[in-house]
Design a protein around this ligand. Sequence first.
Ligand SMILES: [Fe+2]
Length: 305
Amino acid sequence: MPLHRLTKLTVAVPDVAGSTDFYRDFGLDHLGAGRFATADGGEQLELVARPRRGLVELGLGCDDPDDLDRIAANLTGADHAFQRTPEAVVTTDEGSGVRVRVTISPRYDQTPPDEPRVNAPGADRRRDERAPGSMRAGQVRPRRLGHVVVGSVDTARSEHLFIDLLGFQVSDTVRHVGKFVRCSTDHHNLMVAAAPARFLHHTSWQVDDVDEVGRGAAHMVTQDRTRHVWGLGRHNVGGNFFWYLRDPAGNFAEYYSDLDIITERLRWDALEWRGRSSQCAWAPPPPRDFHLPDDVAELMMRGEG
Ligand SMILES: [Fe+2]
């Protein structure tokens, strides 16, 4: 496929200063003016002031100008409006209201963390040594942006753009909700969920391991208890450990580790999950408004979806 990664998100918040504190505490590197970098991905988040929260732009990376030409040809063939510049193809998903910007971007080259030595019954791999996860200090630093989940009022339209025209591949489907799709070897980089209103559900950020998920979230919640949304848990769709937090605007941000990786499409058994069974393998109960946050329900009631 022409694409190989997410590059950068532009997220709308009513109060950039307040949300800047949140993402700084989250461990992103503040570059100034609401722009943030990850350890391995460079600039990957920009906050912009808007009355209503949401995802303004989704950045996708491809290898070379030929990839941009291929995507432009697909969009032309489907009569899907777009702009082409020497550096980018820009189009819009009407279902989610998200602008999509495809640019030429370097692929990730990540240095793995030290191999974990985990003790288990009958397998004392770590001997005469304290657990490294118990000894870590310093702030958690997300390695890179992993995925984003948005609500769409027309999932067929969204899926047509992302799957048929941009080349995302389906990893798993949740019946009556939507498809988890990837543009890299990550199990998912995007989920467009059927919703009564267009909204940003969550952004998700990769950390080294479950200790970093827990350390990061513990730090966030210690600063402000109202940030806690749902965690610690392990999803079954994607397989990752997770902990979700809420930024001051109401957008969720997830720390994740140990996501399933798909390198050979034919060896991956894509499943259709149903209802609650797809939510997680284990976790505390999610909050009542996890899937449709209250502010989105209010927008819907006001007919502003
Ligand atoms: Fe997620």
